[in-house]
Design a protein. Structure first.
Length: 760
């Protein structure tokens, strides 16, 4: 075996791995011969065995010295040191038995002491590096096919072998030792039997899991807990989140992911600390999961990163609340958003996008004004600050600003309900630029500002199709509040600093809005009656807040986190603390920005210089796209009617003509698939019937999995039929809105042709 003359750790360990099976085989032969009178070939075999053990002992002594110096393998030093000590002791015992000619005892020593010792060393050293690499590549290939999002997170990650070290437990099952930032080594599983530990953990949760249909499992580790869960509860749906990429890479060297996870009940597998991927797990879970859910965590993750686990739990709560809020918003505003997206096409085609302003206000600070009660305290300072910063009115704050006699440089509006129209009714804002999102209440931009321009939301699928949006179009992340949209607009335009004013995002001293805001006293009482939660304020105390306001705060914080290169300042004296902002008194901000000169017409002049309408060719194409919708709607309606006629036949066919029933179901599946993949369905009905479609998505696996033909036919009628009826009921409404949208665009084109349209 290798000596210290030339020493490569991995090569030496591979040599030992190759040598141990031969040594074990020789030990079995020699031990058997020791129980019987020794034949003429015994002593040569015994000599070879002794020489092999001596070579192994010397090699492992050398290995031990290097392990103590080598950070990549340092954790192996402890079990190797124990092996070297045990081998020396057992080898000495063997020699004494042989000297005393106690051959049976010598055979027992080899069989029951030395052979288990060699087997234990084989487990300690594990497999060859090449075998581990091949298994890792095989697991990556499977992940790419089954869970491509997880694969994308792992495909370029480098394995950290200094902090994540695979090391066997006493029973030979693989364990992993993780070195923390403080230099402490955490063994992830029992050093004796990881499988038993996982089994006890699952058993401890038996009462909790008995009535559940789903499990969200925080942590995968080396897969022992997931394996025990799928073995004990094979019908439970499993959604796995592994925050530690390195831990998973280590696991992929030692286990077969496909063998463990390639089953229908494993619904999702998300890895890494990317928030979008984590939120995707929550969203998909909420969209498709049925029944009750248990959330479990592998215990040792607390030792590795307890703070991250707490963040996961909080994010889960927030994501679930966001999802529920999202569905409720679609229930409440889906019809209005659809109408607005269609009606505002008249302005989308005839006004410029924000595109040309990208980076054009570099060096100009922006103040985004909300209608919180702290605005009143800073209003005079804000009036003076207008000469030194771009003032952006976020939605309804325009009424408070106008009340105090301040015209902002820019208004941003996005809300799609009637309440937003009420805010802008009878407002003198014709000469103030207005940036809108197409879901905005269409009457807000009808004849209001002469300086209109627009951006798009990444969730506005209607406008995405109608405008044919691509990579070069200004598509913003949709936000809970207009403040989030205004922040993105300010950053798009290159503003060097974003200052938040009147953004209390809570209800300090039981106030909800600044003076001049358009809200009745009963609205205030209603809001305060729901303000049963608390949020930390900028002074270190707590303000009352509602669930929806808390979601808005978190949403704004996430949008701020998208722009780490931009300085964000919060000036609210009594509002909620906003993460990733620095608090500063507005008077101090004024003093700091006193040398910056921002002209009164800065926004109007920038728009005139840098903004332009879409090219004529694109405007014609967009007009044609809108004008072609009526014929597409007719074709879609015919397809839905055909599906419903075939659905009506299924119950009787399933009972009298099973073969024809099967063929009809195949036809329904084909026709339905074409219908729901159509432009009309994905453009309009994903908005108008979001809750119904979510319910359909949750029920569909039951339809697909049903094997009893009669029951399957009934499920077809119930599940597909319910959504088909809902679609058919909405089609006349969509048809009327499309017709009116076309009329509005034709009228708008005529107005522009006559020269009476709004200015750019």
């Amino acid at each position: 075996m290798t000596t210290e003359v030339s020493f490569d750790m991995n090569e030496v360990l591979d040599e030992v791995r190759d040598f141990l099976p031969r040594l074990l085989e020789a030990g079995d032969s020699v031990a058997s011969m020791l129980y019987n009178p020794a034949g003429h070939n015994f002593w040569p075999l015994f000599g070879d065995l002794v020489q092999g053990m001596d070579d192994l002992y010397r090699t492992m002594q050398t290995v031990l010295r290097r392990l103590r110096e080598d950070g990549d393998h340092a954790l192996l030093a402890v079990p190797v040191e124990q092996f070297v000590e045990d081998l020396a002791r057992r080898f000495g015992e063997l020699n004494r038995y042989m000297d005393d000619e106690a051959y049976s005892d010598a055979g027992d020593c080899i069989r029951f002491d030395l052979q288990p010792l060699f087997s234990q060393l084989a487990a300690i050293l594990g497999e060859k590096e090449e075998i581990r690499r091949q298994r890792l590549q095989s697991n990556l290939a499977w992940l790419k096919e089954r869970f491509p999002r997880a694969y994308a997170q792992l495909q370029h990650a480098e394995r950290d072998r200094t902090r994540y070290i695979l090391i066997p437990s006493r029973n030979g099952s693989m364990n992993v030792a993780v070195r923390t930032a403080e230099g402490k080594d955490v063994y992830f599983y029992s050093r004796y039997e990881p499988e038993s530990e996982a089994a006890r953990w699952v058993e401890a949760h038996a009462a909790e899991l008995g009535s559940k249909s789903n499990i969200i499992l925080y942590g995968f580790g080396l897969g022992y807990h997931a394996a025990e869960l799928t073995r004990t509860y094979p019908d439970l749906n499993l959604h796995i989140y592994e925050p530690d990429l390195q831990l998973l890479l280590a696991a992929m060297e030692t286990i077969d992911l496909k063998a463990l996870l390639d089953r229908p009940q494993v619904k999702d597998f998300v890895v890494g600390k990317d928030k979008d991927h984590r939120d995707g797990l929550f969203y998909r879970f909420m969209k498709y999961a049925k029944g009750e859910t248990a959330t479990l965590s592998i215990p040792n993750y607390d030792k590795l990163d307890a703070e991250w686990k707490r963040a996961f739990v909080e994010d889960a709560k927030m994501a679930i609340q966001n999802y529920v809020s999202h569905e409720n918003m679609y229930d409440k505003y889906g019809l209005e958003w659809t109408r607005n997206a269609l009606y505002n096409m008249a302005y989308n085609i005839t006004t410029p996008p924000i595109t040309g302003l990208k980076g054009k206000l570099a060096g100009v600070p922006a103040v985004i004004v909300g209608a919180g009660p702290s605005l009143e305290r800073d209003i005079e300072t804000l009036r003076r600050l207008k000469r030194h910063a771009l003032i952006i009115a976020a939605g309804s704050s325009i009424r408070a600003l106008k009340h105090f006699g301040i015209d902002p440089h820019l208004i941003v509006s996005m809300d799609g309900g009637y309440a937003n129209y009420a805010v802008f009714q009878n407002m003198e804002i014709q000469d103030i630029p207005l940036l809108y999102v197409p879901q905005v209440e269409y009457r807000v931009i009808d004849g209001t500002s002469r300086h209109l321009f627009h951006v798009f939301f990444n969730t506005d699928y209607i406008t995405m199709y109608l405008m044919g949006l691509g990579a070069d179009d200004p598509v913003f992340r949709s936000s809970h509040s207009v403040t989030g949209t205004a922040i993105q607009a300010a950053v798009w335009m290159g503003c060097s600093e974003v200052i938040l004013a009147g953004q209390d995002l809570s209800y300090p001293v039981d106030q909800i809005y600044a003076e001049g805001s358009l809200y009745a006293e009963e609205h205030k009482r209603d809001v305060l009656s729901r303000a049963v939660l608390q949020v930390e304020n900028v002074a270190g105390g707590y303000n009352r807040t509602t669930q929806s306001m808390l979601l808005t705060l978190r949403d704004i914080e996430e949008i701020i986190a998208m722009f780490p290169q931009t300085k964000f300042t919060n000036t609210s004296k009594h509002g909620a603390k906003i993460n990733r902002t620095e608090w500063e008194d507005m008077e101090s901000v004024l003093n700091r920005l006193g040398r910056t000169d921002v002209p009164e017409r800065v926004m109007i002049d920038a728009m005139a210089e840098h903004l332009s309408l879409y090219p004529e060719e694109r405007r014609q194409a967009l007009t044609h796209r809108l004008f072609s919708l009526p014929s597409q709607l007719e074709e879609f309606e015919r397809a839905i009617q055909h599906v419903r006629r075939n659905l009506a036949k299924l119950p009787e066919l399933s009972r009298k003509k099973p073969d024809k029933c099967v063929n009809t179901m195949v036809s329904v599946e084909k026709d339905w698939g074409q219908a729901v993949q159509s432009i009309v369905f994905n453009t309009f009905f994903n908005v108008l019937l979001k809750r119904e479609i979510s319910h359909f998505d949750r029920e569909l696996p039951e339809v697909a999995g049903e094997t009893n033909l009669i029951r399957k036919a009934d499920l077809f009628v119930e599940v597909v039929g319910r959504l088909a009826r809902a679609i058919e009921e909405k089609i006349p409404l969509v048809r009327d809105m499309v017709r009116h949208a076309i009329e509005r665009l034709e009228s708008r084109i005529q107005i522009n042709a006559s020269g009476d349209g709004h200015h750019v």
